[in-house]
Design a protein around this ligand. Structure first.
Ligand code: COA
Length: 279
């Protein structure tokens, strides 16, 4: 398979037991992000976002890469010749789906199976949680070919890493493995490659048990309050909870009832039984 891969074929997905497994699907190009892939990923995210049979979305890669970042040929070289308009168009197509993923309705998990470079830090950060193979490789390789880590990559590094590690990572162009990425806070956990899917499935199953409206409110709250003062955050959280109550009064009341009246679970130790909730 060479560059004739159709636009539709640059992303693959499968929905199994409430989990949408979405794959960067250009293994022969180490899943680097071309304009075609970026457009197709937006279509796939759009198709899956409000499907009732999708409770969690996992983003992973076919083959040896998660994604080798932006496609140096199709995203940079071939759009630059189209002038500023071509460059801006390609940027909006990639940044667009990363933003859509950042505020996705369903919880999202990056399952990093291999290479993750440069522009790949955009979708990595967009996913709510991230798990990687211990031997996955992460790198801000931009400095190695003569640009700064753009497309949000520098912002991702400074959001997730401390200043010294972010600076070292961006300036040195050295890769770190999954284990170091977990130590640095770039991902949640590193797992032996042959156990990665099992661990991600287990995490997804826990999320599937939670109240979906509360999950969406929670994930948005974590991202929003990071940039707020304490007082602004307190105010935002009051309003966000009131807005969530508007969409879901029954789930919250059922959760209180099962703890206080029925004594069938403890919120400190697990989630209430959603199946008993009136629709
Ligand atoms: N842009 C364009 N093409 C890319 C690419 C990218 N980011 N990453 C890989 N490819 C292409 C290669 O050109 C090669 O194409 P070819 O078969 O037509 O020659 C194919 O994918 C396989 O890549 P190859 O380098 O042979 O694979 P590898 O397994 O030996 O090495 C990497 C994998 C990821 C280390 C290496 O491909 C690489 O360094 N990629 C660039 C990573 C990068 O700097 N990305 C940042 C972009 S912001």
């Amino acid at each position: 398979m060479t560059s004739e891969r159709s636009e539709e074929d640059t992303v693959a997905f499968d929905v199994v037991d409430g989990i949408a497994w979405v794959k960067f699907n250009r293994p022969e190009k180490r899943n680097c992000m071309s304009p075609k892939l970026n457009r197709q990923m937006m279509r796939v995210l759009h198709e899956l976002e409000f499907r009732d049979d999708v409770g969690v979305l996992v983003l992973t890669g076919e083959g040896t890469a998660w994604t080798a970042g932006m496609d140096l040929k199709e995203y940079f070289r071939e759009t630059e010749v189209l002038g500023l308009g071509g460059t801006r168009q390609a940027q909006s197509e990639s940044y667009g789906w990363w933003r859509r993923l950042r505020w996705y309705q369903k919880p999202t998990i990056a399952m990093v199976n291999g290479w993750c470079f440069g522009g790949g830090y955009g979708p990595l950060h967009s996913c709510d949680l991230a798990f990687a193979a211990e031997d996955a490789q992460f790198g801000l390789s931009e400095i190695n070919w003569g640009i700064l880590p753009g497309g949000g990559a520098t912002k991702v590094a400074t959001n997730l890493l401390n200043m010294r590690n972010a600076m070292y990572h961006a300036m040195m162009g050295e890769n770190i493995d999954g284990t170091t990425a977990a130590e640095w806070g770039l991902i949640n956990e590193a797992i032996p490659a042959d156990k990665l899917k099992e661990r991600v499935t287990a995490v997804a199953k826990v999320l599937l048990e939670k109240n979906p409206i509360a999950l969406k409110a929670t994930k948005d709250a974590v991202r929003r309050v990071m940039e707020m003062t304490y007082d602004n955050a307190e105010d935002y959280l009051i309003r966000a909870q009131e807005a969530a109550n508007f969409f879901d009064n029954t789930g919250r009341k059922e959760g209180i009832k099962q703890f206080i009246d029925d004594k069938t679970y403890k919120p400190g130790l697990g989630a209430y039984d959603k199946s008993k909730q009136e629709k």
